[in-house]
Design a protein. Sequence first.
Lengths: 253, 274
Amino acid sequence: MTSTTLEYALEADGLVQHFARPGREPLHVLDGLDLRVREGEFAAVLGPSGSGKSTLLNILAGLDRPGSGAVRVGGSGSVAYMPQKDLLFPWRTVEDNAILGLEVAGVKKKAAREQVAPLFEEFGLAGFEHSYPAQLSGGMRQRAALLRTVAMNRPVLLLDEPFGALDALTRTQLHLWLAETRQRHGWTIVLVTHDIREAVILADSVHVLSPRPARVTHRLEIDLPLPRTADTFALPEFARLERELLVALGTLG
Amino acid sequence: MSGSRSTSISPRAGKVLRAAWPPLLLAAVLVVGWQLLAQDGIKNPQVLPSPTRVVSAGWDQRSTIWSEALPTLRETELGFALSFALSWLIAGAMDFSATVRRAVYPLLVTSQTVPVVALAPMFVVVFGFTLLPKVLLVALATFFPLTASLAEGFATADGEASRLLRSMGAGRWREFWTVRVPGALPFFFTGLRVSITYAIGGAIFAEYAGAERGLGLYLNQMQQVFRLDLVFATVIVVAALSVALFAATYLLERWLTPWRRFERSARTQGANAA
């Protein structure tokens, strides 16, 4: 694959998707959607519900083919996908959940365990390697699911509303943790969300989707200073960006 | 974690005691009533032997009963092994192919409507007084609950978990082993408990229809010589064996699905908090 010479870590060009509906006109979900994400960039895709975010995710994750258009991913050519629900397998320990992607890729269990071992500390899961998911709190489960995603060693992380099911306090804690952790590692992330605050505190760029059929209507650089901390929420710049995105989404008319 | 494990033992033992004493008390009352009725009411051991008589007759004949129990257990074991293998094969094939599912499921249900009473003598006619007709009858009596529960367990696998695996690059076979098999285990154990209660009964029924050894044959013979006390004693042994097998399924489940313990405690904690 010559994809290593790509300018971007992820490039989606002119994605179009229709779904056939019996007895009715086909549902037009994506209408020439473009998305470019640089290496090390944290891109948030922000859209109203029903705007075709899941359709876009399925295509980016390689689960569905677009009707037309193309997705190119640098490096190994595929993204590490973290679904909305944590989907930790209840019968696997946290450690064995974490190595799932490596196992599927053909890495031996023992080698895979050694590979993920250093990650637990950083993900706040040290000491819980041999616990079952049912023994973890909601925030820990989400971190475990993210660990599983990161452990796949793919060039781009694709996160589908990963914190949507958490309470507000835990969500904010995870936002701050993720902001710090991803900066340290330089991960390339595509985050699909409908949470404006989440997009602003985490992302380098926000891509706003139109209602269905979806296109990217606005691209906003989030030039808030790094590292993002609890103080970032208090910046006037933060409020301005939040408001700008509300307008872009059409929420303020 | 080790702390919570060690403290959970004594409430657990307490729970077992609380669950055990009502049936034990009821059984004790029934046995005492039976004893009084047999010894002071009916007074004819060929109509109703007293519990003490049943126990002492059974104890006297213990080596005979045990040696008859061994072939019965052997048939149960082989029949159950056959049924176990068949259920995984059939339910697995049904999971991989909708065509197989549509073709096989109606036949499975039909196989259950065939009365065992009619089949047992027919099996003897076809296969003779060998082990085979008993093994087949045990398998027939037990494999439907196993297959149905497994097929249901496979089918209820989380579609999103399968998608996640596919996004990792997994094929259908790995998805089956990684998601469907572990997810189906709780269903499997439910089916196992239903079918294991039929297993020994099936073997005994088959022996009734014609055998050279076994508890079914022994029951039949004792009935014919009016040794009701030994009939009762044998029935008690059969019941005890069935209960032991039933209890063993819980041990096996605990061993093979260790995570379920925490799911249960997580659920009760949630319920308590709510």
